[in-house]
Design a protein around this ligand. Structure first.
Ligand SMILES: *Cc1c(COP(=O)(O)O)cnc(C)c1O
Length: 251
């Protein structure tokens, strides 16, 4: 793989389009340039694509499945020039998909943050595993936690409902192996992102009154990043619009 290959050119074109959309949305919201982080979602795509994106200047990635993510991070860190950049935290991978409690151990080793924490049991397990990883030197900093909020109450798709958010936040804030970063949401796909992102902003206001340090909001994907940025997102998670259609499953 070289920086000049056709796939790299393809990624560069779409990355530029998405960066353009993000800059425009940030400006339209009256926010300063660079106010919103871009997490490039590389699930289903091989480690080679992540290397191409790093060559294009990207440093933050989102993965959603284990053990695909563990394997990909290990492959990337196997490249000598990249390992130091991961170790220093300059390049980071976040877990954005739902996490089975039994997968907490591996996730707590490679993830900078988990965006999908939505229940007490998972928070407890992630805290215990992050503590172990800190003790063994497998991680250098507490595990970042975003609490995933369910906006429509359909918790089968993940997320905690507003009424249970405060208790879960207390649980995470009280664990020093975890660091409460903020909230995350996936807007229901009913074509009304504006309405859902406004609802998210309302919930966040109450949350911030209790946890003023947890300022992050992970919201917005390929289809709705503009609405999310307008309503205060600090981190958009973009897959398809950068990576293109999903490839066949291969590593
Ligand atoms: C796949 C995924 C994304 C990216 O979605 P696109 O529509 O492909 O941009 C964002 N967030 C989560 C939680 C995902 O699983």
């Amino acid at each position: 793989m070289t920086a000049g290959d056709a796939r790299t050119a393809d990624l560069a074109t779409r990355l530029e389009q998405v960066r353009g959309r993000l800059d425009a949305a940030t400006a339209a919201a009256g926010r300063p340039p660079g106010d919103v982080d871009l997490l490039v979602v590389t699930k289903f795509f091989p480690a080679g694509d992540v290397q191409r994106l790093i060559a294009l200047g990207e440093t933050q990635f989102g993965e959603s499945r284990e053990p695909e993510a563990s394997r990909k991070v290990a492959a990337l860190r196997g490249a000598a020039d990249l390992d130091a950049r991961f170790a220093s935290g300059e390049i980071a991978v976040d877990m954005i998909g739902s996490v089975q409690t039994k997968k907490a151990k591996t996730v707590a080793r490679w993830a900078r943050s988990v965006h999908s924490v939505d229940r007490d049991k998972l928070a407890g397990r992630l805290g215990a595993e992050a503590r172990t990883a800190l003790e063994t030197g497998d991680r250098q900093a507490p595990l970042g936690v975003f609490l995933q909020v369910s906006l429509d109450g359909d918790i089968s798709r993940g997320g905690v409902v507003e009424a249970e958010l405060a208790a879960l936040a207390e649980r995470v804030a009280g664990d020093d192996a975890l660091r409460l970063r903020g909230l995350m949401t996936i807007a229901p796909l009913d074509g009304e992102p504006e309405r859902w992102m406004a609802e998210m902003a309302r919930i966040r206001e109450g949350f911030l009154a209790q946890h003023p340090e947890a300022v992050e909001l992970s919201a917005g994907m390929s289809g709705d990043l503009e609405s999310a940025v307008a309503h205060g997102s600090t981190c958009v998670r973009v897959g398809t619009a950068i990576m293109g259609p999903r490839p066949i499953l291969s590593q």
